[in-house]
Design a protein. Structure first.
Lengths: 150, 143
């Protein structure tokens, strides 16, 4: 009967993922604890990818104003937080359907070591926040040339 | 035990009380489309407004059409710069084709629908016809 209480199966899937991350020491594993989920009313979805030069985080933040988004790094923990405000209520506006989520949101990620935190770039376009996180020189793969001795 | 199957109570409530703006979908639609954007639908005295969340969707990949009083919002969300050197560690965002259909109330001016796209939110303004707007009737006092 456990699944009768499962209102948001997808979120639970992520929780499982987070739990696995905690166990296996996954980098970029989201940092969430019980107190945070109480304060935040929704969680933006993110993609995280890695290239030779750095990491990239893309977060879907449709309808969020640029001024309402805050990105910070403390103790190797990257925090994206902000608020999505509902369009100004006008007199005599009746809502037939509200599927979008409003209010404050927060996501935190543990950064891997060897990151240039000073050089993190944040871009916001078409409701998507893109964070470019460059790797430090020491962490970039160096190609070792092979010489043929004849 | 009926309410155990109510996964989205608000949607069912809506279907009962007003047929307008109730989503129109069939089982085949669900198979063909990968995701569905969240929408808000509101009404004022002059028009209806539909706001859909489409973050990361290019304007050219977005289509809005009206046929037989059915408003269709469709398009495709493409994954950004995917190349061989990029390893994905986490993919929560949904990509691919999407579609949503809404039954319009009879009192709208379909040729006056305006669509605006900004910050990943598509706003459709659907004006009501003159006949549908509420008219204030002045009360005169007989002395």
């Amino acid at each position: 009967m456990t699944y009768l209480t499962t209102r948001r199966p997808v979120r639970n899937l992520f929780n499982l993922h987070n739990e696995m991350g905690r166990v296996f020491g996954d980098l970029f594993a989201p940092h969430e604890d019980a107190t945070e989920t109480k304060e935040t009313s929704w969680i933006p979805t993110v993609d995280i990818s890695e290239t030779g030069n750095g990491y990239e985080i893309r977060a879907d933040l449709p309808g969020v104003s640029e001024d309402d988004v805050n990105v910070s790094v403390t103790d190797n923990v990257l925090t994206v937080r902000g608020e999505k405000q509902q369009e100004k209520e006008t007199e005599g506006k009746n809502y037939h359907r509200v599927e979008r989520r409003y209010g404050s949101f927060q996501r935190r990620f543990t950064l891997p070591r060897h990151i240039e935190t000073d050089a993190i770039k944040a871009e916001f376009k078409d409701g998507v926040l893109t964070l470019g996180i460059p790797k430090a020189e020491a962490e970039k793969p160096t190609e070792i040339p092979i010489t043929v001795s004849s | 035990m009926t309410y155990l199957t109510l996964h989205r109570p608000a949607r069912n409530l809506f279907r009962f009380y007003s047929p307008f703006f109730a989503p129109q979908h069939t089982k085949t639609d669900a198979d063909r489309y990968n995701w569905a954007p969240s929408v808000d639908v509101s009404e004022t005295a002059d028009n209806f407004e539909v706001r859909a969340e489409l973050p990361g969707v290019a304007k050219d990949d977005l289509h809005v059409s009206v046929k037989d009083n059915l408003l269709t919002l469709s398009g495709e969300k493409r994954q950004e710069n995917v190349d061989d050197t990029q390893n994905y560690r986490r993919v929560e965002r949904r990509y691919g084709n999407f579609q949503r259909k809404f039954a319009l109330p009879p009192e709208v001016k379909t040729d006056g629908i305006k669509a605006e796209f900004s910050d990943g939110v598509l706003t459709l303004s659907i004006p009501k016809s003159e006949a549908a707007k509420p008219t204030e009737i002045p009360i005169t006092t007989v002395s």
